[in-house]
Design a protein around this ligand. Structure first.
Ligand SMILES: C[S@@+](CC[C@H](N)C(=O)[O-])C[C@H]1O[C@@H](n2cnc3c(N)ncnc32)[C@H](O)[C@@H]1O
Length: 389
């Protein structure tokens, strides 16, 4: 039997609760707060329902979409619920389509997926967004966005919590990181090769090299194999990763390891001829990157080089989004599971800050670097290089 779809601004609280329960969405909705539910229904812009009519009357409610829209720019689809026994028949998809149609197809429809439904939304053609941010509702009614310490500039205590979380994340995956990164970063080996390949002729024999965020040693291995005479300083906040890196490098390499946050490093001026990094600096906010570039400038000798490869955003949002899609397709074809992709997306949401190429070039220029250039780029991954005069 075909469902009948309608707009029902007067849907009752009882029916709403019932469909939330039959769809499992009740786990994440305030079904025991009738006043909240009443307000959710009364103040929604659109309530689209799906019903089965077996006999006379209203019919059985088997699906609902509740949305808030300005009818011009954006439509937030807050609740999409389909009775479990009717799932897999295209009802959720049709509720989304009709909600978008009613709200205004020109609006951007936005929804937050339940953890178990993520594959459903990508399956029906919705685009994942890597930088969705939320401020959780507060029970006290005071609002929970801190007055100070926004996400873009963490306070020192939230910074240290974030650092610990980040270190924990990389500690945990240190055993599997080497293979994971091949699956999850397109043309990774080529990018590391380009970083080294494009070092200018005068930087081919650095005496002292600093690597920021060495991780388990992918770039470190390449560098120690190339600069046999150099003394290396490897820094990473993840102890387990540093330990894996240490085991991987030749005994005869002159090296020291620092398990430290690279935002808090201190070196004498002119301590290194080469400072480098691979997919690590995107863990810094924009102001932190700027500050680090200034410090790197001081730590380098005249003629010294700062070069790093990393994930960058794009000037044009549609290009950035396309890059994200292509990245996902790459990981799928390289054998990464949906779960693994979601794990990286969660990590990205929690810890990553992508800035554009022009921004990062400008910050290097501001720090004093010259001939700042981008010798290699593919999707988000970019190699950048600057020279201290
Ligand atoms: C994606 S991994 C890259 C590791 C390695 N460079 C590579 O190419 O495989 C990022 C590394 O940066 C380290 N990292 C991130 N933020 C850091 C910080 N503030 N201080 C020190 N290390 C940091 C992480 O612990 C992690 O090992």
């Amino acid at each position: 039997m075909k469902p009948v779809y309608s707009c029902e601004p007067d849907l009752s609280v009882e029916e709403f609760v019932s469909i939330l329960q039959r769809s499992t969405l009740a786990e994440r909705r305030p079904v025991d707060e009738p006043e909240t539910l009443r307000s959710m229904l009364r103040n929604a812009t659109l309530i689209v329902t799906a019903r089965i009519h077996e006999c006379e009357g209203k019919g059985e409610l088997i699906g609902v979409a509740r949305a808030i829209s300005d009818h011009a720019y954006c439509t937030y689809l807050s609740d999409l619920a389909v009775d479990r026994t009717y799932q897999g028949q295209g009802i959720g998809r049709e509720l989304i389509r009709r909600t978008h149609q009613e709200a205004g197809p020109k609006t951007t429809l936005i929804l937050l997926s339940a953890p178990k439904a993520q594959s459903f939304y990508s399956h029906i053609g919705l685009h994942p967004h890597p930088s969705c941010w939320t401020v959780p509702g507060s029970k006290t009614g005071k609002g929970s966005l801190p007055n100070t310490a926004p996400r873009s500039q963490p306070s020192s205590s939230s910074k240290s919590n974030q650092s610990q979380e980040l270190a924990g994340f990389f500690d945990e995956i240190s055993n599997t990181y080497a293979e994971a990164i091949q699956r999850c970063v397109p043309r990774y080996g080529e990018m590391l090769g380009a970083l080294v390949e494009y070092l200018p002729a005068e930087a081919q024999k650095p005496k002292r090299v600093l690597e920021l965020g060495c991780g388990t040693g992918n770039l470190s291995q390449l560098l120690t194999g190339k600069f046999l005479e150099a003394e290396f300083t490897f820094v990473d906040i993840s102890e387990q990763s540093v330990s894996a890196c240490r085991q991987r490098l030749p005994i005869e390499t002159k090296k020291q390891f620092l398990v430290e946050d690279f935002r808090q490093l201190h070196f004498e001026d002119e301590s290194f001829e080469l400072i480098t990094s691979s997919i690590s600096l995107h863990h810094l906010t924009s102001p932190e990157k700027r500050e680090l570039f200034r410090r790197c400038f001081d730590w380098l000798t005249p003629g010294g080089i700062l070069t790093y490869c990393d994930q960058f955003s794009a000037e044009a949002e549609d290009i950035y989004q396309r890059n994200m899609q292509l990245w996902k397709s790459y990981t799928e074809s390289a054998g990464a599971s949906e779960e693994e992709w979601q794990m990286w997306m969660q990590h990205q949401q929690d810890h990553d800050f992508h800035d554009t190429l022009p921004e990062q070039m400008a910050w290097m220029n501001d720090a004093g670097f010259q001939q700042v250039d981008c010798p290699w780029r593919y999707l988000l991954w970019t190699v950048l290089q600057g020279r201290k005069p």
